[in-house]
Design a binder for this molecule. Structure first.
Ligand code: BTN
Length: 255
């Protein structure tokens, strides 16, 4: 069976991914999912590609998805509001899925997936608006799986790795996609509960450590305390005051 047939046979019936589009090669699964959403596909429609030619990352970066080596998946959602929690959901789902496969990972707030302190995956949540009403949201998830999937250091602003490089064994892409979807379907109805916030917080890398968060409004430096009620990073600044960073476009790095 090829990747698409295997995915179709493995995704749980009645959940997200029941409507599935799989491409051997595409520009970006997020772009394709947005096109499909504009054509009216229902929430839960999943777009997966073996290879992306113009994969997109956060803050205008490009994202590599070499053939046979990585996961590129985008889920169409139709929530009431665009919210930082959706990005967190993608990252928590990857951490959950990896944990189920015996690989320990963490979330670099808000939504990067780290293994042994290096980035193995990322999330790009893109909202589409009709005036001031949210039309749909595309939750794009990329994971470097094979040992050749991680981009060279020259191309990234944070050290990169892949799941297989860190795990030291083969990891099935289909199993990983299925488990990510299972976790998304578990958490998405619970996203406004404190249980989800606590799960996201429990996944945090650098908790208690000195960090800097670059936000569109400037840098915030201090010790990462945890997450606020809406998933914002809570930072204890050097002057003893508390700051909250809430922008999805924020970037956290160790200090
Ligand atoms: C980041 O860390 O900058 C986010 C990376 C998100 C990449 C995924 S791969 C699937 C989906 N399609 C895209 O073009 N981007 C996202």
């Amino acid at each position: 069976m090829d990747y698409g047939e295997e995915l179709r046979a493995s995704l749980p019936a009645g959940g997200s991914g029941e409507i599935l589009y799989v491409y051997p090669s595409i520009d970006s699964t997020n772009s394709r999912a947005a096109e499909l959403a504009r054509q009216g596909v229902p929430a839960g429609t999943l777009v997966v590609a073996d290879h992306q030619t113009r994969g997109r990352g956060r803050r205008g970066a490009s994202w590599r998805t070499p053939p046979g080596e990585a996961i590129a998946m985008s889920l169409v959602l139709r929530p009431e509001s665009a919210d930082l929690r959706w990005s967190g959901l993608g990252a928590v789902a990857v951490v959950d899925a990896l944990a189920g496969m015996g690989v320990e990972a963490a979330v670099k707030w808000p939504n990067d997936v780290l293994i042994n302190g290096r980035k193995a995956g990322g999330v790009l949540a893109e909202a589409a608006w009709l005036g001031d009403r949210l039309d749909f949201l595309v939750l794009g998830i990329g994971v470097n799986v094979g040992i050749h999937a991680a981009p060279p250091e020259s191309e990234v602003d944070f050290p990169a790795t892949s799941v297989e490089r860190e795990a030291g064994r083969r990891i099935g892409r289909v199993d990983l996609v299925v488990e990510v979807i299972r976790s998304i379907d578990h958490w998405s109805p619970r996203m406004w509960t404190d249980g989800f916030r606590r799960r996201w917080e429990a996944c945090l890398a650098f908790r208690g450590s000195q960090i800097v968060v670059s936000t569109p409004y400037g840098d915030l430096a201090g010790a990462l305390q945890g997450l606020g009620p809406d998933g914002e990073a809570v930072i204890l600044k050097d002057d003893g005051t508390i700051a909250h960073a809430a922008a999805d476009a924020s970037r956290l790095r160790p200090r």
